[in-house]
Each structure stands twice: as structure tokens, then as C-alpha cells.
Design a protein around this ligand. Sequence first.
Ligand SMILES: [Zn+2]
Length: 243
Amino acid sequence: MEGITPEQLAQIQQQCIFCQIASGKVASKKIYEDEKVVAVLDINPANPGHLLVITKKHYFVMPQMPDDEVEHVGKIAKQLSQVLLKALKLEGTTVFIANGVAAGQKAQHFMMHIIPRKEGDEVGIQVQPKQISETDYDKIYQALSQGIKKNLGDITGLEKKSEEKTEEKESKEKISEEETEEKEIEDAEIVKEDAEESKPKIVIDERKKKEKKKTEKKEKEKKKKNKDKEGASLDDIAKVLGA
Ligand SMILES: [Zn+2]
């Protein structure tokens, strides 16, 4: 799979049964379709109603997909889960993606499984907890921390949290617009009472401007980073698939 050319990829797509299903060349029980994905009923379901969300473009594994496609698959999985839950009167859904042979991937085409669940349905997806030594635990932590730094730069969990906080703050500001208006009226009254006391309002406006600039800058940086790390190399994918 190393050094694959666009021509070779086109050939794979021609031979890939899931590409054929996505394009409609091979018949399937298609229950959903948009410009990026199709969702079909699995012909060998883990439970009746087992859905496969298949990308229209040929990807081997999720790390190869552009961010917007991953996002889209996530959104569709949410919607389809809701539909399944109601339509089949389920108690839950199991959503999973197998990346690589070791993870149980059988097809050479990315897909997300959505499996209807009911208590005691005996679908054999169970995680058996293992014991891990303190040393191994530390080693894993170190290796992952380094990998994350290398791949995601300075977007650490902490940074993300503070970003979320800024967003939260902004949405709160939007929601409490009425309150802000009230406050502004109050501020105006203060101004009326004493012209010298109008400073706090100016300070608030300045702070808002600064925060807006900060958020814009962060958005720009985020966009740049996404561009840089878009898509894994085919070598990485080959490793995942054990090819
Ligand atoms: Zn395919």
C-alpha cells in the first residue's frame, strides 16, 4: 500500500464493494443518503436494524478522513441513533468504528456501525478490563503525551478547556443580552449621576473588543493547524491495516 498513486486509488474504488454500494451500483437497503455518506442495513446484522454509515469517498480508516467528513459522520450517527431508538423501541445503540485488522476491520472501506441494543440481547461487544502495572501506566502516559504534542501541537486538554470557557462565556453573553441591556441602562444612569463614573462602561467595551480579537486569533490558528494535519499519510494507514 506504500506509495499509492491516484490511479491505483481509482482502481481500488472500482473493486471496492462499499464504494459500489455507496454509489448505488450494488443494490442495498439504503435508508439514508446525502452528499457525503449513505446509511444501509447490514445484511448480517448483530441485531435487526444494524446500520452501516459508509462514506461516498473511499477511505480505509478514520485517521485518513478530512475533519469535516469525520464531523459529518458523527452528526449522522447521532440522528440515526435517535431514529433507531424511536422506530424500533430500543433501549440503546452501540456505535463503533474498527480502524485496522487488529480492531476487527474486515472491509477495506471506512464505515461506522450503529447497532440497536436491548437489555440481554447477547450482542458480544464487551470490554474486559485488564490490570496494568503502575510502571506501564506511566510509560503509556508518557508515550501518548509525546505523541499528542507532536500531532496536535499546543492544543492540550488544558488549552481546549480554556477555549471552551471562552465560547461558553460568549454564548452566555448572547443569552443574557437582556441582562446586559439592563446593565447598560444602569451604567447610563451612573453616567447621568456622575460623569466621572462612566469609566467602568468603557472598560467593559474594551474588554469585549479584546476578547473578540483573541477568539478570532485562536480561530485562525485552529484553522491553520487543521490544514497542516489534515489526513494521515498512506504509510500510516498501511501500518494500521497491517499491509
Ligand atoms: Zn471503497
